[in-house]
Structure formats: structure tokens, C-alpha cells
Design a protein around this ligand. Structure first.
Ligand code: BES
Ligand code: MN
Ligand code: MN
Length: 452
């Protein structure tokens, strides 16, 4: 492998600030799409198309036809999360830098570095006997609306024998994983208004309602100090993992104390204390406040009673919870918990249903084998706390969806100084190269019949 050339090429991709949630970066998202399209053409793909949007297109393509060979759908995303807070980065987020055997940049692990692996593994000769299909989207970090709309119009786009999604990490260094669930997501803004305009806190303080205070109380009612979410009906569909699954998690190299000290780096863990930390991260829903807007937050001091306040919040959902139902539950809870004298409203920004994947198709074995040959250990089944909105739609199309990844748990996704270990990158290319080869040997009998 020409590692120097590959690093140069990855650096080019990572330099593009394709932040999908910020309109100021629309042209950059487009540029990242162009980068992907050029790569696909270099791989000899035909029908390389931009679908669904000019600024955040889904990049679609088909590999060279290999008659009789299985079809493998490759999914990934070229968009990234905003890089702020910028002053916490050691190097600027879009000026990739290698240090200590790691490449530092926004998107290095999530997901550009992994898309890079998936594509470069194809270029590694000899060409695997597989019919490749690609869907690389540019709005994953903002709810995948473009891709959802596309699949509604053209569901045949996901027809395949196997789908491969590499947008996750190992469970621990040396421990590659295949994921059996993803959490869903419901992202919302809760706004509280208490008066027509802001008021002087001396003239009115003591008698006028304060929007921030009301919002804080409302949020406190939704989730208590014990970590319990008090939205009526919220936990109804939640099922505990089986005893066997919980027992299997105990054998994973995960230590609650290390997780607190090395990864969270806080003074204590919180949440529902009667469940293990892994169960809280993987099998229970959450309610998180991402930010609170309104009132006076500028430099210096201003004595004002804010008339309005907005919280950006999201809930992670677990299998059997439904996004649409949770939206209704949150809206009803806000109405119920807000006192009569405030106007409270909820605006939903985006979301995703949770996903549950059976990992019994032979293709999962092949992935395990590829990892075993390259890294010395096969994949272990695990669950993921994060979300990938399109996965339930991929899964319902019939082909087995393989959720895996080449990152490590300390890659700092969405946070300052995101990185990817180069060893993970080189191994990843080898793993997927071997996986493609093995998929090429899948007998037609084991392919799902409706997809042939
Ligand atoms: N790659 C992540 C999803 C992920 C992260 C899965 C860690 C498992 C473990 C993905 O890019 C992501 O961040 N998704 C968003 C989706 C949302 C914005 C709709 C997420 O989970 O916050
Ligand atoms: Mn991702
Ligand atoms: Mn992400």
C-alpha cells in the first residue's frame, strides 16, 4: 500500500469543511460530494449521480458489472458535525495533521476516514468479484432528509444482497464489533415565552415571570435528578436485553471506572443507577439538553428579565420506541408540565427510528473472518448508543445490514480533536478488501431471494 499517497488523498477529503447543519457550508458539502464522485469514477463506476439536492446530494454509483456475482451496497456519509469549540482544537479542524500515528481532523473517524477505507479497499487489487452499489450521503448529521425522500421515490436504490455500513468503532482497541442495535433520535427545540418583551429586572423583578426560570423548571420536570425521564408513556415499549445478552456484555473489555476516568473524564457517572453503564448507554432511552438560548449571554452584565427562552434537546430511542410516538409524547408532556401562565411550544428538527439487526446471515461470519485474519480477532456483537437515521429503511429493504466500523472508542466524534489512528485505517482497508473478496464467494443460495 502506498501509504503516503493514501494519506495525501485522505487529507484532501478531510480539508473540505462539509458541515451539513450550517447553510454557510453548503458549497463545501457540494465539494465533498464531488470528491466522492471523482473517487467512484476512478474506481470505474458507472452511473455516478448526484441525487436529491444540489448542495447535499446523495452520491450514487454502480461498480463494474460482474455477472452472477452478489450485490453489495455500501453506505457512508461525507458530511460532518460543526467543529466548535474551535479554541479547544490543538490544530485547526480542517487542516488535517498527523501526529503520534493518528490523523487529527473533523470527520477523520466520523465518517470520511471510514468512507475512504471502504473505497480504497476496492482499489486494492485484484478487483473483488462483487457488484458494488454506493449511496454516500451528505446529510447524515442532520437527519438524512434528502436520502429518505430519495428512497421514498426510488426504493430500488437499496436493493442488494448485503449492505455494509462502516460508521462506528471497535468496542475497545483490538476488539472489532458488529452492532445489533442503533438508538434512534428525536431532536427538538422547546420554547417558553412569559411576556411580550424583556423587562427591567428592578422594575419588574419579584412579580414578573422569567422565561429562563420557567424553562429550567420545565426541563427539570421532564427529567429528574435521579436520571428518570418523566414523559408519560416514554418507557412503555422499552424492553430489557435478555439475560444472555447482559451476560455477554460482562465479558466485553469495558470497565465502568475506566470509562469514567479515561473517557468521560468527569467526577461521577449519572443516570439510572440500577442498570449497568452499558445498559444505560446501549439499551435505555435518554433525554439530553444540548444548549439553551435567550436572555442576556453577552459580555458584561445586563439586568433584564428574559421574555423567551429556548432549549435544544434530544432523546435517544431504543428498539420498539417509535419516533412519531415519542414526538407526540414530548409535545404532550411539555403542555402538561408548563404552568398556565407561560406559552410553551415544541418544534421538531429531525429524528430517526431505532434499528435492530439480526446478525445471523452468513455475511456477518465473513466480516468476522476478515477481521480475524487481519487483526487477530473476529467481531463481537455489541449495541451502539448513536444513531444512523437511514438504517431502519435499509434493513426493511430485506438485505442484511452489517453495522461495523474501524474507529476506536476514544476518537472524540463530534468533539474537539477528533482523530483516527492510522493503524486502524490501514487495517481497515485490509479488512474490507478481504471482506469484499469473501462476499464475492457467497453462494447464490444464501443470498436473500427477493433481492436477486
Ligand atoms: N457515526 C455516528 C453514529 C454512531 C456514533 C453510531 C457512535 C454508533 C456509535 C453518526 O454520524 C452520528 O453521529 N449520527 C447522529 C445522527 C443524528 C444527528 C440524526 C447522532 O447519532 O447524533
Ligand atoms: Mn457517522
Ligand atoms: Mn456523527
Amino acid at each position: 500500500m502506498d501509504q503516503e499517497r493514501l494519506l495525501r488523498e485522505l487529507t484532501e477529503f478531510l480539508r473540505i469543511p462539509s458541515v451539513s447543519t450550517l447553510p454557510a457550508h453548503n458549497q463545501d458539502c457540494r465539494a465533498a460530494a464531488e470528491w466522492v464522485a471523482a473517487e467512484l469514477r476512478r474506481l470505474g463506476c458507472r452511473d455516478v449521480e448526484f441525487l436529491g439536492s444540489d448542495t447535499h446530494p446523495v452520491v450514487s454509483g454502480k461498480g463494474p458489472d460482474v455477472p452472477g456475482a452478489p450485490t453489495l451496497l455500501i453506505y457512508g456519509h461525507y458530511d460532518v458535525q460543526p467543529p466548535d469549540p474551535l479554541n479547544e482544537w490543538t490544530r485547526p479542524p480542517f487542516e488535517p495533521a498527523v501526529s503520534d500515528g493518528k490523523i487529527y481532523a473533523r470527520g477523520s473517524a466520523d465518517d470520511k476516514g471510514q468512507v475512504f477505507c471502504l473505497l480504497k479497499a476496492i482499489a486494492a487489487s485484484p478487483r473483488p468479484p462483487v457488484n458494488f452499489r454506493f449511496l454516500i450521503e451528505g446529510e447524515e448529521e442532520y437527519g438524512s432528509k434528502v436520502l429518505f425522500d430519495l428512497l421514498k421515490r426510488e426504493p430500488q436504490r437499496v436493493r442488494a444482497d448485503v449492505a455494509l455500513v462502516a460508521d462506528m468503532s471497535y468496542v475497545a482497541p483490538g476488539w472489532p464489533a458488529v452492532y445489533t442495535t442503533l438508538r434512534g433520535l428525536c431532536y427538538a427545540e422547546i420554547t417558553v415565552r412569559t411576556s411580550k418583551t424583556d423587562l427591567h429586572s428592578g422594575e419588574y423583578g419579584g412579580a414578573a415571570p422569567n422565561a429562563h426560570e420557567e424553562l429550567a423548571r420545565l426541563l427539570g420536570r421532564i427529567k429528574g435528578a435521579d436520571g428518570k425521564i418523566n414523559i408519560p408513556g416514554f418507557y412503555g415499549p422499552v424492553k430489557r436485553p435478555s439475560k444472555a445478552e447482559l451476560a455477554a456484555w460482562k465479558k466485553l473489555p469495558f470497565n465502568e471506572k475506566d470509562f469514567l476516568q479515561k473517557r468521560v473524564q468527569a467526577k461521577a457517572l449519572v443516570g439510572l443507577k440500577k442498570y449497568s453503564v452499558l445498559e444505560r448507554l446501549w439499551a435505555l432511552p435518554t433525554f439530553e439538553i444540548h444548549g439553551i438560548l435567550g436572555g442576556f449571554t453577552g459580555e458584561g452584565a445586563k439586568t433584564v428579565i428574559p421574555a423567551a427562552a429556548t432549549a435544544k434537546v434530544s432523546m435517544r430511542l431504543v428498539p420498539n420506541q417509535k419516533l412519531a410516538e415519542v414526538e407526540r409524547q414530548l409535545a404532550a408532556a411539555v403542555k402538561r408540565f408548563a404552568p398556565k401562565h407561560v406559552t410553551a411550544s415544541v418544534r421538531f428538527l429531525h429524528g430517526a427510528d431505532p434499528a435492530q439487526i439480526k446478525v445471523d446471515h452468513p455475511a456477518f461470519q465473513l466480516l468476522g473472518r476478515a477481521f480475524k485474519e487481519v487483526t487477530g480477532r473476529a467481531t463481537v456483537p455489541a449495541r451502539a448508543g448513536g444513531s444512523i437515521p437511514v438504517v431502519p429503511a435499509l434493513a426493511s429493504a430485506g438485505a442484511p445490514v452489517i453495522l461495523t466500523g474501524i474507529g476506536l472508542p476514544d476518537d472524540r466524534l463530534h468533539a474537539p480533536n477528533e482523530k483516527l489512528d492510522l493503524k486502524q485505517l490501514w487495517d481497515g482497508i485490509e479488512v474490507f478488501r478481504r471482506f469484499y473478496e469473501l462476499v464475492g464467494s457467497l453462494e447464490s443460495g444464501v443470498r436473500s431471494r427477493e433481492n436477486l
